[in-house]
Design a protein around this ligand. Structure first.
Ligand code: ADP
Ligand code: GN1
Ligand code: MG
Length: 366
């Protein structure tokens, strides 16, 4: 792999000499490597082989990425004291064409970023300070993209958070039962089907024109936020799914991951629950940047969003399990089922605390 990475690295307009390249980070989608350069004064890099099974139109995705990072750079540069290299992703162009990605001899797509050095990232959140900071940086991201000029962004994964489409796919895979697993997951299937109508609330509000389409990140998993060594949030990375969406998608996925006391795939379900104090702190940070732009219906349904996103993930993990594990990277044969169960446990914990979740948003926005 070493020589391979070295030759891929050399095709980008990076600075410095390739020293080593190693697998890096917790992502479920791409193959990510950190490239260390030999010279102290040169940056290190993140090199990614992109998953073109998940993302069917990589040139379109990269066009989004260039527009979004370019717009964010202009906004951040205008903030006194900001640090562009650490508060915004920097794509490194192809030496020959200047494009933001290359293809290798097997037709696979690669891209490269400057490595944001000395950062921290968290799977779970253990302090209200970090939760507030995460909320603030995602709120700022959304606010900064509100005036992105030009045509709409490409929908890099069509209907990504459209629960009606996700449920169609779920029922399709159940009727096909390609891996013969349906009989073993009857109770998990029942957890999903019993909530189907309630979970279509957000798309119904959208269709009725009560909540607007905005530019959203759509993968605001907490480990996609990088912090500095003092736990100040620097930026949100993983911009592949930035596209048109509802504010609820970003608020919901951040709470799903930040406020869960256990890992996303916890085996011991008794450890899974939502920490309401993390929820409150995140909401305060997020609303400090966005409350003036959100309409009354968007605010009213914010507490519903974590339930929806947790339900979407449970549905997607279970769909992939029944399908025979073709989408998510797994570390053991029952991994997708374990993820499903942990998400259902989290959803139940949110349901038990729903009244408090509603009250907290009312208190912050009154
Ligand atoms: P995936 O879609 O597979 O999650 P990401 O774009 O989130 O891929 O990247 C995977 C991991 O690589 C991240 O979780 C983070 O740890 C690390 N990473 C990505 N980009 C950078 C960067 N510019 N600087 C530092 N670390 C990064
Ligand atoms: C994937 O790329 P990553 O690992 O941050 C997935 C998200 C899920 C998440 C669940 C493009 O996110 O939608 O929420 O796994 N990304 C894609 O952990 O499907
Ligand atoms: Mg990621």
């Amino acid at each position: 792999m070493g020589t391979d990475l070295k030759s891929i690295f050399s095709r980008f307009r990076g600075e410095g000499t390739f020293l080593e390249g190693k697998s890096f980070g917790p992502g479920h989608i791409h193959d990510t490597f950190r490239i260390i350069t030999a010279e102290q004064e040169c940056d290190n890099y993140i090199l990614q082989r992109l998953n073109s099974n998940v993302f069917r139109d990589i040139p379109g995705l990269q066009e989004n990425m260039e527009r979004v990072t370019g717009h964010l750079r202009n906004k951040i540069a205008a903030i006194p004291g900001s640090d562009l290299k650490r508060e915004c992703l920097t794509l490194v162009p192809d030496r020959e064409t200047g494009r933001s990605f290359i293809t290798d001899s097997e037709g696979r797509f690669w891209r490269m970023f400057i490595f944001i050095s000395d950062h921290r990232s968290y799977e779970k959140v253990d302090s209200e300070h970090k939760a507030f900071e995460g909320g603030r940086i995602i709120g700022r991201f959304q606010a900064m993209l509100a005036d992105l000029p030009g045509k709409p962004l490409h929908e890099t994964i069509p209907d990504f958070h459209n629960i009606a489409s996700r449920l169609d796919a779920f029922h399709r895979v159940i009727s096909l039962d390609p891996a013969g697993r349906v009989a073993s997951v009857r109770s998990e299937i029942a957890e999903i089907t019993s909530r189907e109508e309630e979970m279509k609330t957000i798309i119904r509000l959208g269709a009725a024109g009560k909540i607007p389409i905005r530019i959203t990140h759509n993968d605001t998993k907490f480990n996609n936020i990088l912090f500095d060594r003092d736990d100040r949030a620097l930026l949100i990375i993983d911009l592949d799914t930035v596209m048109p969406g509802y504010v609820h998608y970003d608020f919901g996925d951040a709470i799903r991951t930040a406020a869960n006391r256990a890992e996303e795939d916890a085996e011991d379900l008794s450890t899974v629950s939502m920490d309401i104090n993390i929820y409150r702190a995140y909401a305060e940070g997020f609303l400090s940047e966005t409350r003036n732009t959100l309409n009354a219906a968007e605010i009213e349904y914010l507490p519903f969003a974590p339930k929806l996103l947790t339900y979407i993930m449970a549905t997607r993990f279970l769909t992939d399990f029944i399908d025979g594990d073709n989408y998510y990277k797994i570390r053991h044969p029952l991994h997708n089922l374990q993820r499903t169960r942990a998400q259902i446990a989290l959803l139940r914990s949110m349901e038990a605390q729903y009244g408090d979740m509603v009250q907290i948003i009312k208190n912050i926005t009154k």
